[in-house]
Design a protein around this ligand. Structure first.
Ligand code: GAP
Length: 519
């Protein structure tokens, strides 16, 4: 059995994944019978279970494994002043640019970052060529320091990068445009460099609340769940008698009117976040920031998708609320990209809500006999982006010894939508009845599918395609020895197991409890 190389271009991967996700009931384009709605997706019968398992893994890791973290579920609609206080009305913008020929809209910063990415690719290709040429004696550092092609590309990268960082810091929109023009960054559709000016575009969706449009107040669909936590800080702290340090966790929908939304569920206009705000004493934030970086990385790596597929990316430009920030990036087949953000948000949010609401939001520290506005470390991960990471990593095409191919989703077993498939070998001789008894034995503990259609080979393929860790087959021998054949998704090995031992055997591999125990 050999594994096909997984390296695909972003376009290829999305095509294959999007088709697979649709065919097997993971994800459908929203409103598809009306030709869809851009960057909005629905989760199907498989996707919803994968998503739920991810949420449960996060929720339990946060709230059950930490005595000092509690959960809430706040409303999506909030008082509009909240978004002024949080800075989103004034500063939650993306720099937008249009190509006058194709009429396509882009994020100016993304155009520049993609350009920098292409230069990096060129450099890496040169390095790979050198490695091939010099073999074991290859010295990468020396090659990078002396090869004229690498030096030329590196100088270009440095120049563009420095200008870009300076423009970002100064919020200089004209300079963004100039970088694009000077480097002849063209629209991928029209191929021209005929760009408009760069404008700021606020990402919040608006709607109105009230019985008539005239008397209505503008309200926003929340662009992050975090503010629902901040404005409930006092409620939770008081009613839960919480002592600092403590955290509040929340899972919920967020909405952003993304300019560039062409990356399947990586960047959506309606998505779900899992956020935790950890309230701490001012001055301790860098220690807690380091602790949460470590804890969150452990949570990811614990899933077994390869420690080498994650890395931290510390922010050079900090959001308006942060004094330190990092991303946990995942190695998507289209490169390392942000999966989760960890931010040291100071007392920016609580301080501003205090100012804007006129309500005192302070903590009295009984041990030190002082009052202060707590500082906050935030961990924030997108559920959908996590689903994409799991699905992109799990999607595997294998060549079998008999020359056939199988597509198997090697989803970490505790996250798999269906844990076990139960199949009678044939639809007669009393086998379906015994298989039904096996289902009755397992259904209280595991999500399952019962399948008696088609050949066993075809049924295995169907389960591989949705990532079911175990297939259990009831055959004629079962009637005699009370054993079933259990086939493992990843190794395809089969073993005979007594029906009464099935539960424990399956549980060992798919148990979320075991996963949590390893944290
Ligand atoms: N409260 C902080 C916050 O919202 P963020 O870095 O803007 O920070 C956190 O978002 C996470 O939410 C990201 O790491 C990503 O996983 C997810 N996310 C953000 N925008 C998204 C979008 N348009 N579609 C899908 N997921 C998104």
């Amino acid at each position: 059995m050999t594994k096909e190389p997984k390296h695909m271009t972003q376009d290829e991967l999305f095509k294959v994944l999007v088709a697979h996700c649709k065919e097997y009931g993971f994800i459908f384009p929203s409103s598809e019978i009306y030709d869809g709605l851009a960057a909005v997706y629905d989760y199907g019968q498989m996707g919803v279970q994968l998503k739920q398992n991810i949420k449960t893994y996060w929720w339990e890791a946060m709230t059950r494994l930490h005595e000092n973290i509690v959960g809430i579920d706040s409303a999506i609609f909030m008082h509009p002043r909240i978004w002024e206080a949080s800075g989103h009305v004034g500063a939650f913008n993306d720099p937008l640019i249009d190509n006058k020929d194709s009429k396509k809209r882009y994020r100016a910063d993304v155009l520049i970052e993609d350009f920098l990415g292409k230069i990096e690719e060129k450099i890496n290709k040169e390095v790979a060529k050198g490695r091939k040429r010099f073999g074991d004696s290859f010295d990468e550092a020396q090659f990078r320091a002396t090869n004229p092609n690498v030096l030329r590309e590196q100088a270009k990268w440095d120049e563009v990068h420095n200008r870009y960082v300076a423009a970002e810091k100064a919020n200089d929109l004209a300079e963004y445009r100039q970088i694009i023009i000077d480097n002849n960054i063209v629209c991928p559709i029209s191929g021209t460099c005929n760009w408009t000016d760069v404008r700021q575009f606020n990402l919040m969706f608006q709607t109105s609340m009230g019985s008539t449009a005239e008397g209505a107040n503008i309200i926003y669909l929340r662009p992050e769940t975090a503010q629902g936590i901040f404005v409930n800080y006092l409620n939770v702290q008081k009613t839960g008698r919480m002592k600092i340090p403590f955290g509040i966790a929340q899972i919920g929908k967020a909405f952003r009117n993304e300019i560039v939304a062409r990356q399947f569920i990586f960047r959506m206009r309606e998505f779900e976040q899992m956020e935790m705000q950890f309230f701490i004493k001012p001055g301790t934030e860098l220690d807690w920031f380091a602790k949460w970086k470590e804890a969150r990385m452990k949570w990811h790596v614990n899933l077994g998708m390869g420690a080498e597929n994650y890395r931290f990316h510390d922010h050079e430009k900090l959001a308006h609320y942060a004094n330190a920030a990092t991303d946990i990036e995942f190695n998507f087949p289209f490169g390392f990209k942000e999966l989760e953000g960890i931010h040291s948000r100071t007392n920016f949010d609580l301080g501003n809500h205090q100012k804007f609401s006129g309500k005192k939001i302070e903590y009295f520290d009984p041990e030190e006999n002082v009052s202060y506005t707590p500082y906050v470390i935030e961990t924030s991960i997108g559920v959908d982006r996590m689903c994409l990471a799991v699905m992109a990593h799990s999607y595997t095409v294998e060549k079998l010894e008999n020359g056939e191919e199988r597509v198997v989703m090697k989803i970490p077993a505790p996250l798999a939508p269906i844990k076990v498939a139960v199949m009678p070998l044939v639809k007669k001789d009393g086998l379906p009845e015994v298989a039904q008894k096996v289902v009755d034995e397992l259904k209280y503990d595991f999500s399952y599918q019962y399948d008696e259609k088609d050949s066993i080979g075809k049924r295995y393929r169907r389960q591989d395609a949705i990532g079911t860790p175990f297939c259990v087959t009831v055959d004629h021998d079962t009637l005699v020895d009370g054993c079933v054949t259990v086939r493992d998704r990843d190794t395809m090995t089969q073993e005979r197991v007594k029906i009464e031992d099935l539960r424990a055997m399956i549980d060992k591999k798919v148990s979320l409890t075991n996963l949590l125990r390893n944290l």
